[in-house]
Design a protein. Structure first.
Length: 549
């Protein structure tokens, strides 16, 4: 192999190669020459444009049915009817046994349900816990983050003093709308390592300027409150749950529609133009064609006053008597004109394919299948539908874990602290072992079945082969294995009692033939069947007064 000559500059450094690129992505060819995006940090790229992105995200969700449908699809599959607590204290670290953990967890879950299902969990007393979770999730979808203040407000007609105040992330901003600095980004004061220390929250939403008569300058729109991230003993005072944090040192999250926003807007404009064109075309039944050429018309109008009067009279007569033609009106025209039909040519034959292509691009950016985004399974067979929904379920499970880890589990820890303080839950050395006591799982709605028989048979086989457990299979379908077994035991006992009392025998479940759920060929379209505080005497935190709604 011949030796390659390397050119050096005056300082002895190698000169860059000219006319060759190791990566075509870094070339300066004609088609890529003008593609030179900035290279900035996560915050310098996002924060200056976040307000505009958020406002466009809200506008799309308000006015675009597909965008709002995507939001609803996220909500239905991630939250559904609500996520249920399954308390799982780490009994090994706590030097306990499994029986103690089950009894302790059942007691905690009972108290949790009494608090979570009560509207007292909301400082505005409008929603229960599941309603607040839906609002927080939708805030993250639209704004890029969920934001709430855990408050301590005794005497609200409820046993518990812990409650939540949801805040729109717009109110998290730099005081006096000042610029970002190295220690303050997007309203968050941080330490040297980027850990949030203080959240600067505006007393009123900046969009409430029209209601400024209800707010003094010093108490409303132009005043910020500095709220520490933690109390001195480690209790969280702010719940800030950003989503789509995909770069180091990123302070704020991004709306879910960010990557597909341009395609959404362009598609909205195109479909709107097509609808207007179709409406105009539908209103025109016939058009008027003149039998005179342009030179003749100019001659008549310029040199013949009588012809000009006749032409003007003909124009006036157009608004006179009218004729009816199959429900449409035809205007009488003056002499020298003729009537011709009009054949609209919209929409074009490729319009549907174009729209589908854009929606598939948008669905990819939303990380869900096109069929699920549009609820259109008409061109999908059993295997394709199952594969698409499995991929969607992986994404939804990840988003559910994000919601559980960032939103529900911190709320559970705050509430459990108060339960221990009130003596409702026995948790010795809680503050030294709070991580072990607060360990839990969150069970949501099941993913559903495309073919219930095949899915049930597969679950039974997985369980027999010890690949999975009854707890996992029940949780996959949104159930609790202990509650299921207890309910089955009660039903069997009651069934046996009635059989002995009336001397009858209820029919049992017959063995299902494995071939009963056979499908058509998978390749054929349509194949297959369808807290407390450390001391009670300690005064409430400054955040107890809350902020203006």
């Amino acid at each position: 192999m011949a030796n390659q000559v390397q050119l050096l500059d005056a300082s002895g450094r190698p000169l860059p190669r000219v006319g060759a690129n190791a990566y075509t992505a870094g070339s300066l060819s004609n088609d890529l020459r003008r593609w030179d995006p900035i290279t900035g940090s996560a915050d310098s790229d996002l924060l200056p444009e976040l307000g505009r992105i958020v406002s466009r995200s809200r506008d799309l969700t308000r006015n675009n049915g597909v965008a709002d449908g995507a939001r609803q699809r996220y909500q239905d599959n991630i939250i559904g009817c609500g996520l249920r607590l399954s308390a799982k204290p780490d009994w090994r670290l706590l030097k306990k046994n499994r029986e103690w953990a089950e009894e302790w967890g059942n007691n905690v879950e009972s108290w949790w349900r009494t608090w979570w299902a009560n509207c007292a969990v909301d400082v505005a007393h409008k929603c229960n816990g599941d309603g607040l979770t839906v609002q927080g999730f939708n805030s993250a979808f639209l704004n890029g983050a969920a934001l709430a203040l855990p408050l301590w407000l005794p005497g609200r007609g409820n046993r518990f003093s812990t409650c939540l105040q949801l805040i729109e992330p717009d109110r998290l901003s730099n005081p006096d709308d000042g610029p970002d600095t190295d220690r303050r980004r997007g309203g968050i004061d941080m330490d040297d390592y980027g850990r949030p220390l203080v959240y600067n929250i505006r007393k009123a939403h900046p969009g409430d300027a029209r209601y400024s008569s209800y707010w003094s300058v010093n108490e409303g729109l132009y005043k910020w409150e500095r709220i520490p991230a933690m109390t001195e003993w480690g209790r969280r005072r702010v719940l800030h749950v950003p989503q789509n944090i995909d770069r180091p040192a990123q302070s704020r999250g991004k709306p879910s529609l960010t990557s597909g926003m341009r395609q959404f807007k362009m598609l909205t404009d195109v479909t709107g133009a097509e609808l207007k064109a179709m409406l105009v075309n539908a209103m025109v039944a016939m058009v008027v064609e003149s039998s005179l050429d342009q030179d003749r018309i100019l001659e008549l109008l310029s040199s013949n006053p009588d012809a000009l009067k006749q032409y003007q009279a003909g124009l006036a007569n157009r608004d006179g008597s009218r004729m009816e033609f199959q429900g449409a009106q035809i205007v009488n025209v003056p002499l020298g004109t003729k009537v011709g039909t009009y054949s609209p040519g919209r929409p074009s034959n490729s319009f549907e394919a174009f729209v589908k292509s854009l929606f598939r691009h948008i669905a990819t950016g939303l990380h869900i299948p096109y069929e699920l985004l549009m609820l259109d399974f008409s061109e999908t067979n059993y295997s394709s539908a199952r594969a698409a929904l499995l991929e969607a379920w992986r994404f939804f499970r990840g988003r559910r874990k994000w919601l559980a880890d960032g939103w529900l589990s911190p709320i559970y820890a705050l509430w459990l602290e108060e339960c221990v303080d009130l003596g409702l839950v026995d948790a010795p050395d809680f503050y030294e072992n709070w991580e072990a006591y607060c360990t839990c799982k969150w069970i949501g709605d099941g993913r559903g079945w495309i073919d219930p028989l095949k899915e049930a048979q597969a679950a039974d086989l997985r369980n027999k082969l010890c690949i999975t457990t009854l707890e996992d299979e029940c949780a996959e379908q949104g159930g609790d294995w202990q509650e299921n077994l207890e309910q089955i035991a009660r039903e069997l006992a009651y069934k046996k009692k009635l059989e002995e009392q009336y001397q009858i025998r209820f029919p049992g479940v017959e063995t299902v033939n494995n071939t009963a759920g056979a499908h058509k060929d998978d390749d054929e379209p349509g194949g297959g069947s369808p807290p407390g505080r450390p001391a009670k005497q300690q005064p409430a935190s400054p955040a107890s007064a809350g902020l203006a709604a």
